[in-house]
Write a protein that binds this ligand. Structure first.
Ligand code: ZN
Ligand code: ZN
Ligand code: ZN
Length: 345
């Protein structure tokens, strides 16, 4: 404690900062989700996500710092060390290794936090944290108004991560630690989960093509980023389905009220997955389906993701060469053997 040149870290101060940051983040969150008419401020979305994310990382760092006995050790643990060293001649035929570049004084990033967690056996759901981190980076680049729906998902995803960490690793009671911010998060998480459930159920009779389900799951409202998309009741009442009425079937965004066609959202995700870039010599991965006329026929699968059309003839009956959609009119022959057969006539 007497040596002034040694850097120290007050873990309790770190903890206090973490809690304040999360509380501010939740205050901003509440304001951002309330309309301006009701005293809210949608433009607070970005500061909400920044504060919440910063608060989470601070709390993680506190978790690491609290594992050691002294403030010196705590400082060392949550700061980055010079990662590489360069050799210098010592003038006597020997070598001295000196750290290269400037000494970094920054605190550790998410990657390093994970390393410390692993070595100190601190548990966290890193899959969920990766999603939270990705969402935070994504929101940085958008206009706040386009992020309100996505922020709602961010807070819902953050809740269990924070909750587990506070209970299991810090061995504290979240309600006591975060006060009213906790109640707001809990209510929001419950609300969000309930809405997500309602949305999922609403598509039960809408028949999204099975082969497109993985892309449908990724869809979010282009206007606000929310994943809370519900099947439009008018389409359901009319007995329409996504698979047959993709030019009519709409979604309603529960978060912002936007009503638009669902198929273009699904197709956009599909096209991103099966994108090919000819200048790099890439071959197309999909082609137009001759049954349903959509670009959803996957070449490697020789089947259509939308209408489930498959080939009637998979290989040439004579030479066993694989057949494509274009060979289906030759009665099970490849183009060569079809040509040979027609010559014999
Ligand atoms: Zn929306
Ligand atoms: Zn098809
Ligand atoms: Zn053949």
């Amino acid at each position: 404690m007497s040596n002034k040149s040694i850097k120290k870290l007050d873990a309790e101060k770190l903890y206090d900062n973490a809690i304040v940051s999360i509380q501010l983040g939740i205050e901003d969150f509440k304001l951002s989700q309330t309309s301006e008419r009701d005293g809210g401020n949608p433009s607070r979305a970005l500061s909400s996500v920044r504060n919440l994310y910063a608060g989470l990382l601070l709390l993680f760092k506190y978790g690491i710092a609290s594992k050691v006995k002294t403030e010196e050790m705590a400082y060392e643990l949550i700061h980055d060390h010079a990662t590489s060293a360069l050799p210098y001649p010592d003038g006597k035929g020997g070598v001295i290794w000196k750290p290269s570049g400037k000494f970094k004084t920054s605190t550790i990033d998410v990657g390093k936090i994970k390393e410390r967690f692993d070595s100190f056996e601190i548990n966290a759901d890193w899959t969920a944290i990766a999603k939270i981190q990705e969402c935070r980076n994504h929101l940085e680049h958008l206009h706040p108004r386009n992020t309100l729906g996505e922020l709602a998902e961010f807070v819902a995803d953050l809740f269990p991560v924070l909750s587990d960490f506070i209970i299991n690793e810090l061995e504290k009671i979240p309600q006591t630690v975060l006060g009213s911010a906790w109640e707001i998060m809990l209510q929001h998480k419950n609300f969000y989960t309930q809405k997500l459930d309602e949305c999922e159920k609403s598509w039960g009779d809408a028949y999204v093509p099975t082969g497109m389900a993985e892309f449908f799951k990724e869809c979010s409202c282009p206007k606000c980023g929310s994943k809370l998309l519900k099947a439009f009741s008018e389409n359901l009442d009319a007995g329409e389905t996504v698979v047959d009425d993709d030019d009519k079937f709409k979604y309603v965004c529960v978060a912002c009220g936007d009503i638009e066609l669902i198929a273009p959202l699904i197709m956009a995700k599909f096209e991103r997955e099966f994108f090919h870039w000819p200048p790099d010599g890439e071959e197309p991965k999909n082609e137009c389906c001759l049954q349903c006329d959509r670009n959803t026929f996957i070449i490697s699968e020789q089947a259509c993701r939308w209408c489930e059309a498959e080939l009637e003839y998979n290989e040439c009956v004579i030479c066993e060469e694989s057949l494509t959609q274009d060979d289906q009119w030759n009665g099970g022959l490849c183009s060569y053997h079809n040509y040979m057969a027609s010559k014999d006539d």
